[in-house]
Each structure stands twice: as C-alpha cells, then as structure tokens.
Write a protein that binds this ligand. Structure first.
Ligand code: KIV
Length: 306
C-alpha cells in the first residue's frame, strides 16, 4: 500500500484525504528482520548514535535504519570525560525517547559500564528494563568470548543482543584511553573468534569498532549475522557514527568520522544572530495582542496607581 499523498480529487464533493498518522514518516517499519534481509541482499544499512526524540524523528524521515542510544551520551550530552560515566537510568530514558521519536526505526539500547558485569541476574534485570521501560528493540553490550554465557541467558530470555567487539571504549581505563584494535594477526584472530563465539551464543547482530578492514572482512566470512562497523572499513553490512561527529559538532572527532556538515559553526552563527537580535530588541516572531479596550483599561489603572 502506498502512503504517498494521492493526486488531487476532481470530484467537487470528495472529502479531503487525511494523512495517515505516520509521525511524519512515510516508510514501512524497519525491524530486525528487515536488517537481516538487507544484510543478506548485501544492501548496506545506515545507523547513527543520537540521544533525543526530535532528532530521532528527523533521522527516521531521512531513512536511517537503526538508532543507538549510545553511552557516548555521557560525553556528548553530559560533558563527562568517558562513556563509562553513563548513568543507567538516563540511558533507559534516552532509549525510550528515540523509540517515541522514531517508532518505525530499530532502536538499540547501549548497556552502560557495569550494568551487565556484576551478576547474570542483575544483567538480565537491567537488559529487561531496556526492553520494557526503554522500548528497545535490541540491546548492545561490549563483549569478548567470555560473555558468551551471558549472551545465551539474554537470548534464552528473549532479549536480542548486539555484541560489540574490537575496540571496547568501556575498557579504555585498562589501555589508558580509546584506540584501535586488531592490528596484529594475533589480536585480529582473537576478535574474529570473539565474534564467532558470541554469534554461537545467540547474538543476532555484531558491531566492530576501530579495526582494519581485513578484520571486518574476516568476521563477515566466519559469521552469518549482520555486522555494523564503526571505523572498521566499508565491507561491513552497516555503518554507524555518533551523529554529532557526522554533523561536525565535536571538536575532537575520531579519525574515521568524516563530517558531512559544519553544524557546530551553524549553531554558533545562529547563537550570534540571537545575541544581536536581543541586543537590538529585534526578536521577531508573532507578538500576542490585546484588544484596544483592554489596553485602555490597563493604561487607566496604571495612571491611577502612580
Ligand atoms: O556509544 C556509542 O555511541 C557507541 C558507538 C558504537 C557508536 O557505542
């Protein structure tokens, strides 16, 4: 069924055609199944990390297939130094905000640092909250092969998992910062084996960060689920970036993030324009009016009460 606006009716008695309630988006819902089918057809799908409902709505209108409420919100939204600072409660709220803004888009929750490490029970409870309160379609966790039993438990409980392998920002304290991975054959083999083990445990999707293309290609060769890449070369089934890096809003974007806009500068220019408008009492917009009789009554009251 086409959701395009029909051509103008020629019948003068025809009732006006109502737009379907699609939240402004005119596409069929994208689901995990859609993404698997796209990967099978070798048709790349587009993903972005973002953090609020209005932005999510515009990105759905743009045709983005998957939105991640990334723990990068700790840095981008909260101004904190590392993703490990992301609070669990806020993360659930932001995930739900994305789904409310983009109901026809796959929304991925990003399980924060230590929300899935202390015990399986706590991890399950937290993942369940992302699925119910957070309205998530899938949860992502940073993992190596040792997380396979946890992925199995999530899968058994009906929680779809995206396993994030390669560079793992939540472990940056161990390495003294963010960086790349898989640049030796040994490390590359370990990452590929992690991906294979996590798929075997039930993960329905993989994400690989900051590795040479050859590592992504090896993961694709050895697994059968969609692989999202970030700084991992063009072979991946899908690509993801932090929206603010793509928009040119971050001062220190990673080397793999090529901005397509200079929105930091546009934002600054808009701010300067507003500062000038306020200074010049030239604020635009439509003022609220008062009937002349009411205004006259108010003037009289003011003059009497002087
Ligand atoms: O938090 C984040 O933004 C991520 C990236 C993979 C996009 O995890």
């Amino acid at each position: 069924m086409s959701l395009e606006r029909p051509a103008m009716a020629t019948d003068p008695n025809a009732q006006p055609v109502r737009e379907p309630k699609t939240n402004g988006t005119h596409r069929k819902p994208v689901t995990l199944k859609t993404l698997h089918q796209m990967a099978e057809r070798a048709e790349p799908f587009a993903c972005l990390a973002c953090y609020d409902a209005i932005t999510a709505r515009w990105l759905e209108r743009a045709g983005v297939h998957l939105l991640l409420a990334g723990d990068s919100a700790a840095e981008i939204v909260l101004g904190l130094p590392r993703t490990i600072h992301m609070p669990m409660e806020l993360s659930i709220w932001l995930t739900a905000a994305l789904k409310r803004g983009a109901p026809n888009t796959v929304v991925m929750a990003d399980m924060p640092f230590l929300s899935y490490h202390a015990s399986v029970d706590e991890a399950l409870k937290n993942a369940g909250r992302f699925m119910t309160e957070g309205l998530a379609d899938i949860v992502k966790l940073e993992a190596d092969a040792s997380f396979a039993p946890l992925v199995e438990r999530f899968t058994h409980a009906g929680i779809p998992v995206c396993a994030h392998v390669g560079s793992l920002p939540q472990r940056s304290a161990m390495r003294g910062g963010y960086g790349s991975s898989g640049r030796t054959a040994d490390e590359a083999r370990r990452i590929v084996n992690d991906a294979v083990a996590l798929e075997q445990a039930g993960a329905v999707m993989l994400l690989v960060e900051a590795v040479p293309s050859i590592v992504s290609e090896a993961i694709i060769a050895k697994t059968n689920i969609p692989l999202i890449g970030i700084g991992a070369g063009p072979a991946c089934h899908a690509q993801i970036l932090v929206l603010h890096d793509l928009l040119g809003m971050t001062d220190h974007a990673p080397r793999f993030a090529q901005p397509v806009a200079a929105m930091g500068q546009s934002l600054q220019a808009a701010g300067v324009q507003w500062v000038d408008a306020v200074a010049n009492r030239d604020i635009g917009g439509k003022p609220y009016n008062m009937a002349e009789s009411e205004a006259e009554a108010l003037r009289q009251w003011l003059s009497q009460s002087r």
